[in-house]
Ligand binder design. Sequence first.
Ligand code: GLA
Length: 734
Amino acid sequence: MTQLTSSGAADTEIAHVNVQNGRAFSLNAFGMNYAFHVDANGELVHDHFGTPAEVQPTEVGPEHISGWATRLTDEKRELPDVGRGDFRLPAIHIRTGAGHTVTEFKYTGYEVVRGKPELEGLPATFGGERDVASVIITLEDEESGLVATLRYSVFPAHNAVTRSYTITNKGGQDVEIKRAASFTLNLDAGEWDMVYLTGDWAREANQVRRRVETGTQGFHSLCGYSSHFFNPFVALVSSDTTETSGPAYGLSFVYSGSFAVEVEKFVSDRVRANIGLHPLHLDWKLAPGESFTAPESVAVFSNHGLGGMSRSFHRLYRDHLSRSEWTYRPRPVLLNSWEGMYFDFDAEKLYTKAKDCADIGIKLYVMDDGWFGVKHPRTGDHAGLGDWVPNPDRFPNGLDDLVSRATSLSVHGSDQNLKFGIWVEPEMVNPQSELYEAHPDWVLHAGRHKRTEQRNQLVLDLSRRDVQDYLIDAIGSVLASANISFVKWDNNRAMHELPSPSTAHAYMLGLYRVVDSLTRRFPHILWDGCASGGGRFDPGLLHYWPQSWTSDNTDGLDRLHIQFGTSLVYPPSSMGAHVSAVPNHQVQRVTPLEFRAHVAMMGGSFGFELDLQALDDGERARVRDIIALSEKVSPYVLGGDLYRLAAPESNYPAALFMMPGGGRGVLLAFCMQARIHRYAPPLFFAGLDRMAAYEIDCKTYTGTDLMHSGLKLHWDARDYQSKVLFVKRLPYDN
Ligand code: GLA
């Protein structure tokens, strides 16, 4: 990272950042630019975000201001605050030492930086000097002595701008930050829709699209975690934007805790969208000399619809958010013990299952919940959480003995030995545990209010340094005690009884410290996030962990909806997806093995979650074929561009993954339910070269044909069919 220019009225130009007179700023990507300027009053005013344009800075809103609205209400403000006549919802709201909440942040200077400054203690995107350029703007509120340092960065290849900021109290009195949204999107008057993801346990990532109406509409998490209910993401799209065309703005908050998204269409028809920390979980005290940082938010722009927006997020998050060495590495095909055994196991049973895995060609065996607890064994979900010591009855010779034996097994059809993984849920404690007996004060609690249990557990207060240190040590010791290659880090309840609203954010900072420390100490481990399925599928934790369990619902049909929804923001490489038994344990549905497997192959971390011994010989042979196919498909899912050719709502969903360069790809296509004597719509390809010829399933097509007349797949009169077809571009002279 090179810091280049300090304040001044000069013009500055580095690759992708242009500054005129020290007062007008443009962050330039290949397919968009983001521009703002300093107005005559020292306010930061937004000018443009979209297809590259040279936009003249504008000073005022509508020509004839009348009534109660002031200039500030109508201005497209980069950091809207309150108290001086802006009546829209603000990004920041700070109670100053004088007791009021009026602030007036005025521009004092800027710096231009090649690369991107780190965000200490928080997850964030990163990149080298060729990948990203930044502008740092300083504003000051003279009255209170508060200084705001805004960091804008542009990733030119991804049409993405990121922003975070720090408020420093340079005054003499305590202040209280009541609201600190990280990013404010300003849109002109128009017909806008908002798109977002909602759900619950076992039905994550349902897409909602609704019209932005005059007034405020939004959603949030107050769970303490990002949650199943809403994801920290929103897209604002033109009402005629589709999957493949039209403008799409995506906002994604790089955070794993409570958050709020507010989209406000004011009476003037201008739209302001704020994304950031939830104000009800903030109230952050800032003493003189202290600083507070609002986490990073990412904004991408695409003129190629929601699909283009998703691909920008996917590439950006793979290349510049996920810091794991596993991001692009083929993930070992795994078997997770949960649905096959639940809590019913011991070392010998585990070893037998591990042998089965190795025999059939599975590369990684993951022991899920139930292996720990000495005084309070974890034989069910009632006890043991917090005591990260292997249970001596289940492991009479210790965990290391089992892991050593399992990892000495050679895997059928490969030159590798079996790998071994474990499940942990470090942030939680059962009252029935030695940890809680020793430290009842370590859990989140509010005075003498009842400590509400969910799944018989309480939440450890990770805002406490001693709790963080305990976890770093306890989990670190388990990982150092045996040859463990994979960790599934679970989190199965929301936060209640916070001792103060700001504990929610302090907890997140503590969690990031713990996760940062453990992932740095064990960089070769494949870390896998989970929160009762996809309850914490967010960019915050994907900074440290390359993947997350997408849902506890492993039904093939439901998973199509869940995985397509999740892919709106998150790269398929980050999704864990497993083949489970039928009837499915969550919804009792029976679907063919290959259908379940093909759905699961669209996740970067493919595996099984069933009892292999319950399969007959024919099914075992098919499992071997499925493993081989999944390993062929995996590079496309890990590194390819995803084109959602048809959504699950169509009954014939299809996903095309094209490798960079466009020479090879794979199509996964599905027929969810039989439709007798009706045709399936053709699949219109995207991302191909019109002039080139492509081979699919031994037939040759031109790019034009595939994109404009479409591929017509034949489906039988049966439910739950699927096809995996490889796509190859033929040499031009063919
Ligand atoms: C959660 C997870 C499951 C499993 C269980 C174990 O529900 O989402 O995958 O690990 O916990 O208790």
